[in-house]
Design a protein around this ligand. Structure first.
Ligand code: ZN
Length: 167
């Protein structure tokens, strides 16, 4: 009696390398950024809808980004990017009912976060390139086209265009 020769093992399936946080074209990947921050957890909770779809909850040693599960894929991506930028900047608070002086500070902080998210998701060089390409064809670029090209929402596309146009 002979034992059958061992069956050759199938070659191991190569694991897909995780996406880098920054793409070749300078685009930021907020999902990769989330993976790179083990102290930040992600939760889906409809409560987040009360604060515009997303919120950042920070406690000692723990940070939670809460996203409204009703957000579509693109809005979820932008909302995550927004909360991660808040987290980097040392928190931020989108809570309503703040005293007026704090309200003004929060509004300024908000505007800066929106601009920063726009720059990361719609890198100025890549946006300029798109605008130049269209310009050569005599075409105007609408915000929705920028949104489609960079996988962002309309607000972020408009912020990126405004940022490029300068003050
Ligand atoms: Zn915010």
């Amino acid at each position: 009696m002979t034992t059958p020769p061992p069956r050759p093992r199938p070659p191991p399936v190569p694991r897909r390398a995780p996406a880098p946080e920054w793409g070749d074209d300078g685009r930021w990947n907020p999902w990769a950024a989330l993976r790179a921050r083990p102290h930040v957890q992600l939760r889906l909770d409809p409560e987040a809808a009360l604060l515009g779809g997303a919120m950042l909850v920070q406690g000692p040693g723990l940070t939670v980004v809460v996203l409204d599960p009703a957000l579509d894929r693109r809005s979820r991506r932008v909302a995550l990017a927004h909360e991660l930028v808040h987290e980097e900047r040392g928190g931020g608070c989108d809570a309503p009912g703040l005293p007026l002086a704090l309200d003004v500070m929060v509004a300024r902080d908000e505007a800066e976060v929106v601009r920063e998210v726009a720059r990361r998701l719609v890198p100025p060089a890549a946006l300029r390139h798109l605008l130049e390409q269209r310009d050569e064809l005599g075409l105007h670029v609408e915000p929705w086209e920028v949104a489609d090209a960079f996988d962002v929402d309309d607000l972020t596309a408009r912020a990126a265009l405004a940022d490029l146009a300068g003050p």
